[in-house]
Ligand binder design. Structure first.
Ligand code: NI
Length: 373
């Protein structure tokens, strides 16, 4: 089958897994994650931690991921060493990041990445303003212009928490989606991560502008951000993919878990078991994921003309017996360990659960030596 596509993650945060749990987003970010990033994040950290993330994702059947972090050239390097497909986005913020003193500096880094990876078979580059609460309107417009001019996607966290919406209403007298619309940012190349607190008007606007959504159910639940109105989005015609978010907020990078969680969650809150059927969930994790990342011409399904980004599943696994319905099994019964083969762009990355491109033992050994404080 086609490999899974993780539409939103921060690969290098794999080293912050378990660092701070059971906290609301604001204090989790400002009290724990940002201080740890200020202390630890440098190119070497990003490379090593991204290798761990790539290993975890590949072993769970993910062949492509969209990333937002700092020193994204290192994330690209890790993905390329593995042979994974990736859409990298250097996080742009109004305040200094580990890799950029100013937002203009962040845009310059993004421009360099766009030039470096132009025409690259595996790596594409997104413009990645972190959010509307960390990037002002003027800088958001610059990001949108760069994305338009480079035919790149604009990857942004959007409407993740109720607080974000309340702050936008207070500061701009607009909801976050209306704010993007009025800034001229909302368009078909926008990939909005989370989109938890969208009202009906916003959902319609997202559909009209053909903006895409990355649904991150585990992260949204764990940070108690809420539950995105995915059924309404799909009904309105919004393309929705699935993402894990970073390992500091999920805490795993296994898209298979998020697929099942998405399926169960939306049935549960709608009190409607016909919500998000098995085939829809698989579509979100494959075809829609490729569409979200601007890669629909290359990957997301197995058909002539597309790249060979595929995985094989061991259908002898006890949890996949008897084979009454393959779609049901893939959406509701699959374990990451059932993925036996992973191929990206026609090249084997894993065969018979053995990594072919990278030394898994070395990566785990290095990870064990890192303890975040
Ligand atoms: Ni995120």
């Amino acid at each position: 089958m086609p490999g899974f596509i993780n539409t939103h993650t921060h690969a290098a945060m794999a080293y912050f897994r378990g660092l701070a749990d059971d906290l609301p987003l604001e204090s989790w970010l400002s009290g724990h994650i940002w201080p740890a990033e200020a202390k630890h994040v440098n190119p070497r950290f990003v490379r090593q931690a991204s290798e761990l993330a790539c290993l975890e994702m590949a072993m769970a059947g993910t062949t492509c991921f969209a990333d937002m972090y700092f020193f994204e050239d290192e994330v690209a390097g890790a993905a390329a060493d593995f042979g994974l497909r990736a859409v990298i986005g250097e996080g742009i913020l109004d305040f200094p990041t580990p890799n950029a003193k100013t937002p203009d500096d962040g845009l310059r880094v993004t421009g360099e990445l766009l030039a470096k990876y132009q025409g690259n078979e595996l790596i594409s580059v997104a413009v990645a303003p972190h959010s509307i609460y960390t990037v002002n309107g003027e800088n958001l417009k610059k990001c949108a212009e760069l994305a338009q001019a480079s035919n790149a996607i604009l990857h942004i966290h959007l409407s993740e928490t109720q607080k974000e919406v309340e702050d936008a209403l207070r500061d701009f007298k607009k909801t976050p989606v209306e704010y993007l619309e009025d800034a001229g940012v909302l368009s078909g190349n926008v990939l909005a991560a989370h989109a938890v607190w969208l009202d009906r008007t916003e959902v319609r606007l997202m559909a009209e502008r053909k903006a895409k959504v990355s649904h991150n159910p585990a992260s949204n639940l764990k940070l108690a951000s809420g539950i995105a109105p995915i059924s309404a989005m799909i009904a309105a015609g919004v393309t929705v993919g699935i993402g894990t978010d970073g390992a500091a907020s999920n805490n795993s990078l296994d898209l298979i878990s998020d697929m099942k969680l998405a399926g169960l969650l939306h049935k549960g809150i709608a009190l409607d078991p016909t919500c998000l059927k098995a085939r829809e969930i698989l579509k979100m994790a494959t075809v829609n994921g490729a569409d979200c990342l601007g890669l629909a011409g290359k990957t997301g399904c197995l058909e002539p003309g597309k790249r060979a980004d595929l995985i094989a599943i061991d259908l002898n696994a006890p949890n996949l017996q008897p084979l009454n319905n393959i779609y049901s099994h893939l959406a509701y019964a699959l374990h990451p360990g059932d993925v036996t083969e992973v191929m990206v762009n026609g090249k084997f990355i894993m065969q018979n659960r053995e990594m072919k491109t990278m030394d898994a033992e070395r990566i785990i050994k290095e990870a064990k030596l890192f303890i975040a404080k």
